[in-house]
Design a protein around this ligand. Structure first.
Ligand code: SF4
Length: 92
């Protein structure tokens, strides 16, 4: 698959982008909805790898809330690594 071609198969293409960038007011419900979209996404592994490679630091990707500050939360980084690693093991 060519670089970033995976985005064509992303579940989030069919939902409003703000769902993945929750405001304080709608945060709880929005995060739950976004995670629901990501949970069944066929390219969740590619997404997690992309976020790690590009050092993206805000929003929700691969069902993981990265944070709002200058750096993604360490726990979020670990969660993304698990998604990438878990899928690597499944393919063996
Ligand atoms: S896993 Fe990534 S590509 Fe898939 S729906 Fe979630 S944010 Fe979008």
């Amino acid at each position: 698959m060519a670089r970033n071609e995976w985005i064509e198969n992303a579940n989030c293409r069919a939902v409003p982008p703000d769902m993945f960038f929750p405001s304080q007011r709608t945060r709880k419900l929005t995060i739950a909805r976004a995670r629901g979209v990501c949970a069944h996404c066929p390219v969740i592994r590619e997404c997690a790898r992309f976020v790690l490679d590009e050092k993206i630091n805000c929003g929700i990707y691969a069902g993981v809330l990265l944070g709002y500050g200058a750096d993604a939360r360490p726990a979020a980084i670990e969660a993304l690594k698990r998604i990438v690693g878990a899928d690597d093991k499944r393919q063996r």
